[in-house]
Design a protein around this ligand. Structure first.
Ligand SMILES: Nc1ncnc2c1ncn2[C@@H]1O[C@H](COP(=O)(O)OP(=O)(O)OP(=O)(O)O)[C@@H](O)[C@H]1O
Ligand SMILES: [Mg+2]
Length: 268
């Protein structure tokens, strides 16, 4: 059996008294793109934060190569797992170049200062996210989409083989959404990166995921290949929405077309 690098076992997650996720088991397929979908407040970000050790489990554990994340030094984790949170906040006045450079921090120490390798990783991250021309700008004064790409660049510069991305396409126009998702796919195929992303767009999720995880109320309702998971029944069960699922005309993956929109009746 292949070793699974990132895994949640019997994971219970809570904020003080509010339990959000209970007894969740998840094996993140190594070297694949996993996409988590589900309604607002169902626990997607909470789960992702636990997978990146930003949240300590109440019960159960997250395992990285069989070792409990909670017992692994932060720096070791930062060298292995990159996490882009849903609403990251940047230090005031920081430039894009400086923000992206911070992604290299886990690779530095008193005996290993800024190197040519760090420089190259930052330059590549800026280039791949089309943020090179923004490098000297202050993060505060960017548009929502520009800022989002700067954060993605920081996560890329970290150079980890596991990337956790919470709604990486928010604020992005359709062309930049496709650019970011194509980039994620390329990182996966060319560099063997393991990706776990939360996405709201089911059709994009179906296009880009190898493994799709549908959540509701802190539980995994279904998981597997998008072609098997995304059905009208699932969309009804998870989102309470009537829809028709047809093959995507470009990729053949499931395309969810919501039921007819509300309209003024002609005879009303
Ligand atoms: N820091 C926090 N303190 C207390 N409750 C929280 C905190 N963060 C999230 N919650 C609660 O936990 C539940 C799950 O939130 P979470 O952010 O994981 O949802 P989500 O699935 O990512 O939703 P969305 O699609 O809106 O991003 C929600 O009820 C939310 O109010
Ligand atoms: Mg969220």
């Amino acid at each position: 059996m292949p070793a699974h690098r990132l895994e949640a076992r019997g994971l219970t997650l809570a904020y003080e008294a509010r339990t959000v996720v209970e007894g969740l088991d998840l094996v993140v397929p190594d070297g694949r793109v996993t996409v988590i979908v589900g309604p607002n407040a169902c626990g997607k970000s909470t789960l992702l934060r636990a997978l990146g050790r930003l949240l300590r489990p109440v019960r159960g554990a997250v395992l990285l190569d069989g070792a409990e994340l909670a017992r692994t030094p932060t720096r070791r984790i930062a060298q292995r797992i990159g996490l882009l949170p849903q609403s990251p906040t940047a230090p005031e006045g920081i430039s894009v170049a400086d923000l992206v450079s911070r992604g290299r921090q886990p690779h530095q120490s008193w005996w290993r200062q800024w190197s040519a390798e760090d420089e190259a990783a930052v330059a590549e991250a800026l280039e791949r996210t089309s943020t090179a021309e923004l490098a000297e700008r202050s993060v505060d004064e960017l548009s929502g989409g520009q800022r989002q790409r700067a954060w993605i660049a920081m996560a890329l510069a970290q150079g980890t083989d596991i990337l956790l991305l919470d709604e990486p396409t928010t604020f992005l126009d359709i062309a930049h959404q496709v650019e970011v998702l194509d980039l994620v796919r390329r990182l996966n195929v060319e560099r063997g990166r393991t990706v776990v992303a939360v996405l709201h767009d089911l059709n994009q999720a179906a296009r880009y995921a190898d493994h799709l995880v549908a959540m509701r109320d802190g539980r995994i309702v279904a998981q597997g290949a998008p072609g098997e998971v995304v059905t009208a029944e699932l969309v009804r069960e998870v989102f309470g929405l009537e829809s028709v699922v047809v093959p995507d005309p470009v990729t053949g993956t499931p395309l969810v077309v919501p039921g007819a929109p509300w309209a003024v009746k002609a005879d009303a």
